[in-house]
Every structure is written in C-alpha cells, then in structure tokens.
Ligand binder design. Sequence first.
Ligand code: ZN
Length: 330
Amino acid sequence: MRLSGVIGQPRAVAQLEDELEAGRLAHAYLFAGPRGVGRTTTALALFAAANCEQPEGGQACAGCGSCRRIAAGTHEDLIVLEPPSAARSSQIKVEAVREAIRATGFAPFAGGVRLILIKQAGHLNPASANALLKTLEEPPPNNILVLTVSDPKELLPTLVSRCRKVNFMPLTPEQIQAELERRGEAPEEARLKAGLAGGSLGRALELDTAVLRHDLERLLGRLHGGGALEDWSFADKLVGDHRGSGGIDREGISQALDLLALHFRDAAVSAAGRPELACLPAAGPAHDISAACAAFARVRRAQGQILGNAAPELALVVLLGELKEAAVHG
Ligand SMILES: [Zn+2]
C-alpha cells in the first residue's frame, strides 16, 4: 500500500508526499471527493508511509511488520469509524467518537503515528461533531485524523476550518478500465463498467453487468412494443424491483437507466464514425447523430426526475412514450 500506487490522484499524492517528507503533516485532514476514487486507499498509504520500518524513498516498503499489519487490516494504531450503513439517516454515534478520542490520550502502541480515519464524515451527528471539535482544537501529538467527505459542505464549518483539505478527482474511464483489467476483468467487461462508473472505481467494482444487461434488454424490448398500458405495467414492475424496506431505491432505478443512456451514446458515436468509442459490444440501431443525442438527453432528464421527487413510474412511462415517438418520427 504505497502512495505511489494510488491511481489517478497525482495532486493529492504529491501534496501528501511533500508534507510527509518535510515533516509537516497536519494533525487533521479533510479528504474531499467522490466516493470510490481512492480517499481511503490514500489515507492508508499515508499511514503506511508514516509508520514503515524501512521506508524506501519516502514510500512504504510493503514488507515490514507495520506494512504487513496495515495490509491485513490488523494494525494496532489504526482506528476506523464509519456509519453503520449508507442510508442517509445512518449516523456515526458519539460513543464511537469518544472511544477513539480516548485512545489518543495514549501514545501509539507501535511507537509511530496513530490514524483515526472517519469515513463518510457527513454522517457525524451534532453530538459526534462537537466531541470531535474539542480534539481538533487541542490535538494530541502523533495522531492524524482523516475525515472523508464527498463535499465539505456536509460538515460544520468549524470542523472544516480545522482540517487541511486534500482534493480528490473522479477517475477517467481509461484509468478505471486499466485497473479493472489489472485485476483480471476481461477487456470488454472492463470497458463497459468503466463507461458506467461515473469516475468511481468503487462503483465500477460493484456493478453487476449481467443484471444491467438484462434491464437494458427489457427496456429496449419495451421500445419495440406498443401500448401505454403495457408501459405502465412495465414501469410498475421495474419500480417494484427497486422497492425495499427503506422505500423506493431511486438511485437503483436511475442506474437501470444508465445502460440505456450508454446505448444511445454508443449509437451517437457510431453514427459519428467513431465506433471504437462505443462501450457496449453490440452496436445500437442505426440512428442519426441528432436523434441519438436527443434520446440520450431524454434518458438523462428522466434520471434527474427520478432522483428528484418525481413519481418514478410516471417518469418511466413518459420516457418510453417519448422514445417511441422519436423512433417513429425520427
Ligand atoms: Zn514497511
């Protein structure tokens, strides 16, 4: 786990390497950027570099006892706090924060630096944030706090102002594809996942392309079948498939439409004479560029409505109707 091995974050890595080399590490960092782009990996790589018993040119050696315990997730000076689930209501409780803060009262067990990593720090409740604030005002030596957030606005300004900010960027599809292939994914699958991942390697790794392809086939099947009534029952079924105990999974429905958007995007690049830019193996039906772009925009608009507060069934039925009509008249 080396800083030099972090993918696609050269500025963040250079900043941390410089600060580590100069002995100017902050006692608290805010790692800000989208989910799945390497914030946790970078925090662990920084922790490894700061504790390595035989560092090589500022990089962790990956072979010493400290590096091995970090890789195995068993290092005694690593404390990780995170919300119990991804649900918006899920909170990092004040008891967990207090326990981590108590640990900072003791010198790190291994004699190096302790890392307290607070993932998705936007889930700190007000009591937790206040407890943390006191530690940030008078930080004990040899403790580094790293808070990860998608957007600093998720945190109280008083917390943000006490942390040194490091920005993380979305990855490019090429970087994601290369990493997936390095992990053994077939090039065609890797390309498809990279195209759908929205810059997040974490999301690419979670994608189940078999399910997505099945959803795409169902959607394309509907475009070739008539009848508003059938569209309604199709939409009811699709929304029902994404209904859980926490209500409708709007994100899941939107993801089901991602492949349809990609389908029209592929049609557009193929029509533009650049089929090598397509992500889906099978070429879409012959569209002219403007029809394909309009269809792509319609899908994206429906996704926006679904992620907002629109009734998802209605948004789907309207989308299907528009796409069918465009195909007839286009
Ligand atoms: Zn080492």
